[in-house]
Design a protein around this ligand. Structure first.
Ligand SMILES: Nc1ncnc2c1ncn2[C@@H]1O[C@H](COP(=O)(O)OP(=O)(O)OP(=O)(O)O)[C@@H](O)[C@H]1O
Ligand SMILES: [Mg+2]
Length: 291
């Protein structure tokens, strides 16, 4: 499609409740290493802290970072005899869309949220779940190398020259999704580009990315949210499966994790996810973890 003829869309803020099953959040970006899995784990656990029943489905059967993270969390809980809010976790190792849908149907019966992590490459299953996403989260690092996947910019002015294949792909996914919105009474897809792994030393680059992203968001209809900064703590938590929300279990981490936790809360709020009514949630008694 010629981008000049493409209508600007405004991204819908999702509201609930809806009849079409659990809310599906898909973390996807064909660029590797942007923080999909790390962000997916933190969002899944943040929802669990709010009493939601969450299933985390890893579609990256090779790396299975999301799955491994939650497996580590389960082991830590068993070893330390502690009970933390968590998520059901599964990895899909097949190649068939029908089998994946069967697994999704099964998990849908007993969960409020399905969180999908996808591989950092083009993948048919990732495309399939992206089309079914209620919220599609694309973590993007503050680099024009990453930006290039969704839009190409002019070398002199940094203005967006044209859309790239990934933006086209999501555009198509949203069109498909719009059909099922009518057919199956699904929600509209909310596409959120999350600026992730940001570093404070890059003010000029950040400003340029800001301008280019804002311009592109109006054309393609995504929202922009601030994600997680680049912090060593995100790399250190993996073996234990802890997240920043697990107060009292993180040891001597200094004050930087307080700021990091605040960042995570802001990210979750920015995603505008519809929580089920309080009386329908599990009694975690740990709502302060995210509040
Ligand atoms: N905010 C962050 N600060 C510091 N390190 C981070 C942050 N987010 C992720 N990382 C680290 O960067 C690496 C890639 O992160 P992650 O696995 O979450 O990305 P990904 O997008 O899922 O990658 P892939 O495309 O390979 O699946 C990991 O070593 C992870 O610990
Ligand atoms: Mg990953």
């Amino acid at each position: 499609m010629d981008e000049s003829t493409r209508p600007a869309t405004s991204a819908p803020a999702p509201t609930g409740p809806y009849p079409a099953g659990p809310y599906r959040i898909v973390f996807a970006n064909e660029k590797g290493g942007t923080g999909k899995s790390t962000t997916a784990v933190h969002v899944a656990i943040a929802l669990a802290y709010q009493g939601a029943r969450v299933a985390a489905i890893d579609l990256d059967a090779r790396q299975r970072t999301l799955h491994r993270y939650l497996e580590n969390r389960a082991e830590t809980q068993a070893c330390r005899k502690i009970d933390l809010p968590s998520a059901t976790f599964a990895v899909y190792e097949g190649t068939s869309v029908a089998e994946l849908d069967a697994m999704i149907d099964e998990l849908s019966r007993s969960h409020d949220f399905l969180v999908f992590d996808t591989p950092g490459r083009d993948d048919p299953l990732a495309r399939h779940v992206a089309t079914g996403a209620d919220t599609l989260v694309t973590p993007l690092n503050d680099s024009f190398v990453d930006f290039d996947l969704i839009g190409q910019v002019d070398a002199e002015t940094f203005k967006v020259r044209r859309l790239s294949f990934y933006a086209e792909l999501i555009w198509e996914a949203r069109k498909e999704r719009a059909k099922s919105q009518i057919r199956d009474a699904r929600r509209a897809m909310d596409w959120v580009v999350v600026r992730n792994r940001t570093q404070h030393i890059e003010a000029r680059n950040q400003r340029r990315i800001d301008l280019a992203l804002t311009e592109l968001s109006k054309r393609v209809g995504f929202r922009i949210a601030k994600g997680l900064s680049e912090r060593v703590i995100y790399r250190e938590l993996f073996p234990s499966g802890f997240t920043l929300l697990d107060k009292g279990h993180l040891g001597e981490l200094g004050t930087s994790h307080l700021v990091a936790r605040q960042e995570l809360r802001a990210l979750v709020a920015g995603l505008k996810l519809p929580l089920p009514p309080l009386d329908a949630r599990r009694p975690q008694g740990v709502l302060e973890g995210i509040a």
